[in-house]
Design a protein around this ligand. Sequence first.
Ligand SMILES: [Zn+2]
Length: 280
Amino acid sequence: MGEQDVEFVKMEGFHRLSSLWKIDYRVVTVEPFLTQAVTEETKELVDTILGRSLPKGKDLPDAVPLVIGDRAVVTGNAVKGIFRHIISSQLTEAGVSVCSQRVKYGEKGSPPSGRAPECAPDKPCFVCTWFGTASRQGALYFSMLRSVEGVERILVSDPIPLIALRDDYRAIEAKARAFMLLAPVKEGVEFRGWIKGENLSEEIIGAIKEIQDMSEKGFVHFGGFKTRGFGTIRMQILKVERYRTVPFGLERTYEGDELQGFLKDCQGKYHGLLSRGKKQ
Ligand SMILES: [Zn+2]
């Protein structure tokens, strides 16, 4: 383990700020979409919007989107988790050393096959460098993703009943109900958000572009009930801004054709990293 470390472009460190980045992006739901673990209050709000169309025996829908203000929201942390997972598993398949966090495999356990043990703080792997660890901040910051339209305009018009499985109950609440009622965001709904970063490399920007490409083919899912067909999204990077730091100011904005060219170059760098993995 660890002898086949693959070189990647290192981050200069947090003590030295050489560039700041802002990546604006949009997410459009391809399938109905739900976030989990919401409050009773949100269920009541959604119930009011739906206009009391619930069948007998149901006071409130079992699952509704997370709502903040009047917008459906995906937390930055949730987006970060999905991006981290996709990039980690792709690098692992390519044979690029990626660690597994100790909290996931425990003090006495060992990391899953193909993964290195948690990296030392002074020698972070590619994923820990950009996404951080429990004890060390990363260089990427994910905003909340907010629906462009108010929640009253983006829900499915009728809640969707589903036969409840044991796993679903864990996510909802342990009441003996024969079915669940889901009130998801409908398909074709747009969310907007951004990713900010310090001293980003072209490789990590290319990795984010890689996720966009996977999403275009339907392989990226957000939220709950994924195995029941919910949560497929399409992601699109809209604009990348690069700021210089001394003195602070906008250095370059990539949009349109220029953006596509820049992302293609970055993705080439990321593919270079993948190809340097031991599995070639
Ligand atoms: Zn690591």
